[in-house]
Ligand binder design. Sequence first.
Ligand SMILES: NC(=O)c1ccc[n+]([C@@H]2O[C@H](COP(=O)([O-])OP(=O)(O)OC[C@H]3O[C@@H](n4cnc5c(N)ncnc54)[C@H](OP(=O)(O)O)[C@@H]3O)[C@@H](O)[C@H]2O)c1
Length: 302
Amino acid sequence: MNGFTFDDIPDQSGRTALVTGANTGIGFHISEMLAKNGAKVLMGCRNREKAEDARQDLLKLAPGAQIEIVDLDLEDIASVRAAADKIDSLDLLINNAGIMWVPQATGTGGAERHFAVNHLGHFALASLLLPALAKGKDPRVVVQSSIAHRPATIDFENLSGEHDYARQKFYGQSKLANLMFALELDRRLRAAGSPISSIACHPGVAKTELTRPVGWAKLVMPIAAPLLNTAKQGALPALQAATDPEAKGGDYYGPYGFMEATGSTSGRAVATATARDPLLAARLWEVSKDMTGVDPGLPPAN
Ligand SMILES: NC(=O)c1ccc[n+]([C@@H]2O[C@H](COP(=O)([O-])OP(=O)(O)OC[C@H]3O[C@@H](n4cnc5c(N)ncnc54)[C@H](OP(=O)(O)O)[C@@H]3O)[C@@H](O)[C@H]2O)c1
C-alpha cells in the first residue's frame, strides 16, 4: 500500500514549529525531520538539561538548523502561559508530549494526571497559541493521539480518577480526549473562518521511553522491540499531518500497517464513533475551559 514517507516531506524553509516533548522518543524525530527539511524548531520541554543534550544531538543530525528550547511543563498552566507568551508567530504546533500508565494523582484543575498533562496542558497551549498561529503560513495544530483511544470513553463523573483508578483506562481516556479535541478544534476553526487547521495523528506502537513508569516493561521491551515501530517510524504520521500538502483539517493519520500498529509509511487512520461525537466533544471543551481557566474563544460550530 502506498503511503506518506520521509521522502515526501516538502521543504519547510521559513516555517517555525513548536514540538512538545521534543527531547526524546517520537518528538525528537519529529524535530529531527522538520529541522532537516529547513524548519526552525522550538523544542517545548520541561527539563532544560535533557532538552539541551537533545538539541546538541539534533544539531549533529541537522547541522546549521535553527533549534531553540522553550521551557514548558504541561502540568503547570502558568508554565504553559509563559511558553505561549514567548511566541509571537508560529506555523506549526505539534502537541506530542505525553505520559503513560502513571500512578493515580491529580494535577491541573483537580484532573487525573494523564488527563491533565496529555489533554489539558495541550488544550491550554493550543488555545493560547491560536493568535500566533493565525499569523503563520498554512498554520496547523497537530495532535498526537493513540490506538489506545479505541476502547476509551470520557468518564465526566470521575475526571479526578479518585474512583476505580486503572492506569490503562485513564491513559486511553486522555488519548481519546486528544483526538476529540483535535477534531472539535477543527470544526470550530472552520466555522470561525480561521486559516488554521487542526489535524490528528497516532504513531502506532513504537519503542520509546513512554513505558518508563512500568517496571515489567524494562524486561519485555528488549524482546518486543523488533516487532514494534522505531521511534522514528512513529514520527511519520505526525510529520504527514504537519507537512503533507494534501492533509486537511479534521484528518487523522497513522501507520499504514497491520491494525495501524506498525508500518514504514503513513496514511488515513480510523477514529472511533466516540472520538467523532460532536456533542461529547463540546462537553469536553467546556470542561477543559473550566479546568484550565483558558478560553480558546471559539464558539461551537453550530
Ligand atoms: N510510543 C508509543 O508506542 C505511543 C503509542 C501511542 C501514542 N503515543 C504518544 O506519543 C507521544 C510521544 O510519546 P513517546 O512514545 O515519544 O514517549 P517518550 O519517549 O516518553 O516521550 C515523551 C515526551 O513527553 C515529555 N513530557 C512528559 N510530561 C511532560 C510535561 N508535563 N511537560 C512537558 N513535556 C512532558 C517527556 O519529557 P521528559 O523526557 O522530560 O519526561 C518526553 O519528551 C505521547 O503523546 C504518547 O501518548 C506513543
